[in-house]
Structure formats: structure tokens, C-alpha cells
Design a protein around this ligand. Structure first.
Ligand SMILES: [Fe+2]
Ligand SMILES: [Fe+2]
Length: 262
């Protein structure tokens, strides 16, 4: 079974790029399930029903998120209910709306457990320890027969992501990092069979700083005045993802699939 994980989809250009790449890729690579991080899918910050539905038409099945997931009103509704296609980090306090994991039934391919976690290093989010949070989830489902367990570890520090990969090696099928919007070149299968990459990357404007207008970020970094973010919605775009080939719950391989769309 093959699972594609797409990095943070950023704004309208990101969604359009998914539309240009994914339908053919999904067919050609014989992919069973497509996951994507959606925290920036609605004009760079947060999630709306319409933007999720737009990329579902292109072939994304389920969405993880991160520190930007609650930026818009109405997000709670998208996270609630058994048929919700979106999850939020599991290590937010339990009174925060939504679920931090999801069981996805793929029929003949079996059931997949999808888990979302948020890192703590360089973050100022009210989250519990992601290592203990994932232990608890795996403990709760001990003995369950999953075809795959996929973890989106949404983190800032590369060290925290690499440590999580080693922590979960042999216990989950894949640990895929998100949030940095920059694809890392370290996709590999750890010794006990867990596919790992520090960061999947993003889908969004190439002529940008992580999707945002370059001059805005340069001004923000040079000057004390606050800047209003604008997202680049035209020009070439990057499509960053990893393809995980799963056998008996382990990753047989994990390979980057990166494209530039003019
Ligand atoms: Fe992001
Ligand atoms: Fe993020």
C-alpha cells in the first residue's frame, strides 16, 4: 500500500498546485491514501470548509494541521464529528475542540491510524509533551491491527523531529515532519522500519518566503514595525511530498516527490 503525504498547503496557489499535480500522480503511482497538512490552506492561515473540499476534489483524503489550525472562526466545527476529515495536534489540552488522531478504514487495505503532534521547542503553544502524548495513544490502541500508523510531527526544531523519529522507530509506520515549509533531504527508513523525514515541505509559491511575499518578510526582519502578511498567489509553485510504501505495517521505502509547477 502506498501513502502520499503532502507538506503544508499554502493558500490559493497551493491549492491550485495540488490540483495540477495530484490527480495524475495519484493514478500513476497507484496511491491508496493521500494525506496533507492543511494549517495554511485558507489564505495562508487556518482552514475553511470550502478550501478543504477544494483539494479533496483533487484527491486529498485526510488532513493534519498544526499551530495555525485555530486561526479562523468555525474551525471547531470542521474538527468535530466522526466524519471530520481534519485533525489537530493530539497534545493540545483535552478541552480543545477536535481529535488528535483518526482511524481511517481503507477497506481491503485495512485500517490506518493517523496521529498529529505539535513540537514544543521554539513554540509558544499550550501543549503537553508530544512524546508522552503519542505513548498514550499507542498504548490505548495496543493490540489493534493497523495496516499503518502515520504520525505528522509539526515542529520547528529539526532536532526535536529527528528525536521523535528515533523515539517511534519500530512502533509506527512513518513519522513525517511539517511546519517549516522547507523540504529536507533526509527521507529514509530507520533501522526498525519507520519511514522518516524531518520536513515534507510545502505546496505554495516558489518566489516567496515560506509562501509569504518576500519583501514583507525582509522588512519584518530588518525593521521594528509590524508587517501585515500577504501570500504570493501567482508565479511558479513548489509541490513537496513524500511517498511511503507500506508492507506489514512497516515502511518498505519513503521517497521524496517534489515538483516545480510553472
Ligand atoms: Fe505551515
Ligand atoms: Fe505550523
Amino acid at each position: 500500500m502506498k501513502i502520499l503525504f503532502i507538506g503544508d498547503i499554502v493558500s490559493k496557489l497551493g491549492r491550485q498546485t495540488v490540483g495540477k499535480v495530484l490527480p495524475d500522480l495519484r493514478k500513476d503511482a497507484n496511491i491508496s491514501m493521500v494525506l496533507a497538512n492543511a494549517e495554511n490552506i485558507a489564505h495562508g492561515k487556518g482552514v475553511t470548509k470550502a478550501t478543504l473540499e477544494e483539494v479533496q476534489v483533487y484527491g486529498v483524503d485526510y488532513f493534519t494541521s498544526g499551530n495555525h489550525v485555530f486561526w479562523r472562526k468555525g474551525t471547531s466545527d470542521l474538527l468535530e464529528g466522526n466524519d471530520a476529515s481534519l485533525i489537530r495536534p493530539a497534545n493540545y489540552p483535552s478541552d480543545i475542540p477536535g481529535q488528535g488522531f483518526k482511524i481511517i478504514d481503507l477497506g481491503k487495505d485495512g485500517k490506518v491510524l493517523l496521529i498529529n503532534l505539535l513540537g514544543r521547542t521554539f513554540f509558544n503553544e499550550p501543549v503537553f509533551c508530544p512524546f508522552r502524548a503519542v505513548d498514550k495513544i499507542l498504548e490505548d490502541f495496543e493490540g489493534e491491527d493497523f495496516a499503518a500508523i502515520v504520525v505528522d510531527f509539526h515542529a520547528e526544531a529539526t532536532s526535536e523531529a529527528v528525536a521523535m523519529g528515533w523515539y517511534l522507530d519500530g512502533r509506527v509506520t512513518a513519522v513525517v515532519g511539517t511546519h517549516r515549509h522547507v523540504p529536507t533531504a533526509d527521507a529514509w527508513v530507520l533501522p526498525q522500519g519507520t519511514g522518516f523525514v524531518t520536513d515534507a515541505g510545502m505546496v505554495g509559491a516558489r518566489h516567496s518566503v515560506l509562501g509569504v511575499e518576500t519583501q514583507i518578510i525582509i522588512d519584518k526582519l530588518k525593521n521594528p514595525q509590524p508587517q501585515k502578511f500577504e501570500w504570493v498567489e501567482e508565479g511558479p509553485a513548489v509541490f513537496n511530498s513524500v511517498l511511503i510504501d507500506v508492507e506489514d505495517g512497516k515502511a518498505k521505502s519513503i521517497e521524496r516527490i517534489d515538483k516545480i509547477v510553472k
